[in-house]
Design a protein around this ligand. Structure first.
Ligand code: J2J
Length: 523
């Protein structure tokens, strides 16, 4: 957490206002109770209704034994229940740990154990998958399983709700929720976000996208991810008094129909989806004229598609270079077109401190490429329960070591030039290579494994598993390998897209597998 000195500075400068995230909704509900807060399919909730539902849910969760400080793994898709449950937990002071809908046994069992979860919240089924079966595998009797829909052997969320009770307001400087890191080595890390820091995050983000009560935001990306949650995402929209429209998927068919029906004005995509939308808009005849702004982030957007957004989709583009750890960079609505097309934006806050350093940790000359380090009012100072990892991920004076290679323009805008961290950015989804390699190495035929990103026109990168096979063993084919990893409970997006067998691996001078040489050797 931040030292008193920094906390005092951030309060003094008005970033930390002492507002809890629960109050964000309460405040909006007081200002415009009758406006539509949320649309999910045929469900339409006003601010007063959403606020009341969250209060009832909070009271019910408390009656079921959940208390302030409890951690709760939440794995809900883009639904009204996501927001009702989120605000209920926040008001209770219980802390959502946001898993992605794609996560499976491997990820969830780790999250449940690592967070010491008191509860696990799931849909009954989503995208053809039965989450109650997963719950049976990951949750023992100490974990209460709460289900949106048919509960099976567990408790239905709808049955939890109870008459509202007065609850003490959580301390605004305390942890409100945990996000998952996409950018680290080994197992996923939990990012603690406080009420103060996350309220600033969503408020300042709502301002930089020009959100107001007329905003209609389409949640197309998963709302359990920082981008669609609070940059400004669904929480920023509610802060501004706008309307959140939950999309069942980001596919052009689903999303375009909702844009037309609800008059959506803002949405956010990863670059691969933006490419898909640019293609689909030629064929799908829907009225997208309400769309004012498309945010694109999560991976580098190439200049060519960036320049096609306005003429072909009829809205402005905002590039976003963000991270669940904190720092957000946005191109501004009044930036020149060239800046919007060719940079990944500049920091959200004047007190976002940026250092760009070489491999020795020395600052590079102005305009040079180096690793981005950052410190500021909404950037974490340490992962949850990860002392050893924290020693490597932060400088002694508290800068977060992002693993991203950037270049800074005189205007302060950053251009992402690559990364030093060993993560594959598969269309915005982050594949932690070490975690997958550890799974690959358990396969009886595998002696050594290296998961490497290879360029891909649509996704930016795809993953290729390089294998050395044990003597006398047959190399597993791709389908066999993915079936094996699925069986081990790994999320689909982490499965290798391709497999290559090598008799020997190239090594670097320090004896590590040279992933660079492996990729260069590909035909
Ligand atoms: C290149 N790389 C990018 C960009 C993120 C908004 C937007 C994205 C995220 C996110 C987020 C990039 N160009 N425009 O949380 O609020 C890569 C970097 C970064 C990592 C963070 C948000 N935008 N990246 O993607 O925590 O490598 O957050 O460090 O998932 O994505 O990943 P994540």
């Amino acid at each position: 957490m931040w030292s008193e000195e920094f906390a005092a500075r951030y309060r003094e400068r008005g970033y930390w206002t002492g507002t809890t995230l629960g109050e964000v909704l309460r405040g909006a509900a007081a200002r415009h109770p009758a406006r539509t807060a949320l649309v999910d399919g045929d469900t339409r909730l006003t601010y007063a209704e959403l606020d009341a539902l969250a209060n009832r849910r909070a009271a019910g969760l408390r009656r079921r034994g959940l208390a302030a400080g409890d951690n709760v793994v939440v794995q809900l898709a883009n639904t009204a229940e996501f927001l009702v449950t989120t605000f209920a937990l926040l008001r209770l002071g219980a802390r959502p740990v946001y898993a992605l809908p794609a996560h499976r046994r491997s990820e969830i069992s780790y999250l449940v154990a690592h967070s010491g979860a008191a509860a696990y919240v799931i849909p009954d089924r989503h995208a053809g998958f039965d989450f109650r079966v997963l719950a049976g595998e990951v949750a023992d009797d100490s974990v209460r399983v709460l289900v949106d829909g048919d509960p099976g052997p567990y408790t239905a969320l709808a049955d939890v709700d109870a008459d509202p009770v007065d609850l003490p307001e959580p301390d605004p400087s305390s942890v409100a929720l945990f996000l998952l890191s996409g950018g680290t080595t080994g197992l996923p890390k939990l990012i603690p976000r406080t009420h103060d820091d996350y309220a600033y995050n969503l408020r300042a983000s709502a301002e930089v996208t020009g959100m107001d009560a007329e905003t209609v935001y389409l949640a197309a990306l998963p709302v359990s991810h920082n981008f669609a949650l609070a940059c400004p995402g669904v929480l920023g929209t509610l802060y501004a008094g706008g309307t959140v429209v939950m999309a069942p998927s980001p596919s052009p068919a689903d999303a375009f129909a909702l844009i037309e029906r609800e008059g959506v004005t803002v949405t956010a995509l990863v670059p691969s989806l933006a490419l898909l939308w640019l293609e689909a808009v030629k064929a799908v005849r829907r009225d997208l004229s309400s769309l004012r702004l498309l945010q694109v982030g999560g991976a580098r957007l190439a200049e060519e598609p960036a320049r096609r957004i306005r003429p072909e989709l009829g809205c402005a583009l905002q590039q976003v270079f963000g991270m669940a750890e904190g720092l957000l960079n946005y191109t501004r609505l009044d930036d020149p077109e060239d800046v919007v097309a060719t940079t990944q934006g500049r920091p959200l806050c004047e007190d976002d401190e940026i250092r760009i350093v070489d491999s020795e940790g020395a600052e590079v000359a102005p305009g040079g490429i180096g690793e981005l380090l950052t410190r500021g009012p909404y950037t974490l100072r340490g992962y949850y329960r990860a002392e050893e990892h924290n020693a490597r991920s932060f400088t002694p004076d508290g800068f977060y070591v992002t693993g991203d290679l950037v270049r800074r323009l005189p205007t302060g805008h950053l251009v992402v030039e690559g990364r030093v961290k060993d993560v594959i950015n598969r269309g915005g989804e982050k594949v932690p290579t070490e975690e997958v390699e550890d799974h690959l190495m358990t396969h009886p035929a595998v002696r050594e494994a290296a998961l490497v990103g290879v360029p891909d026109p649509m996704l930016g990168e795809r993953s290729c598993a390089f294998l050395r096979v044990r003597d006398g063993e047959r190399a597993p084919a791709l389908r066999e390998l993915t079936a094996y990893l699925r069986e081990r409970g790994l999320a689909d997006y982490k499965l290798p897209d391709r497999v290559e067998v090598r008799a020997e691996f190239p090594y670097t001078a320090v004896g590590k597998v040279s992933k660079k040489a492996l990729v260069e050797g590909l035909s």
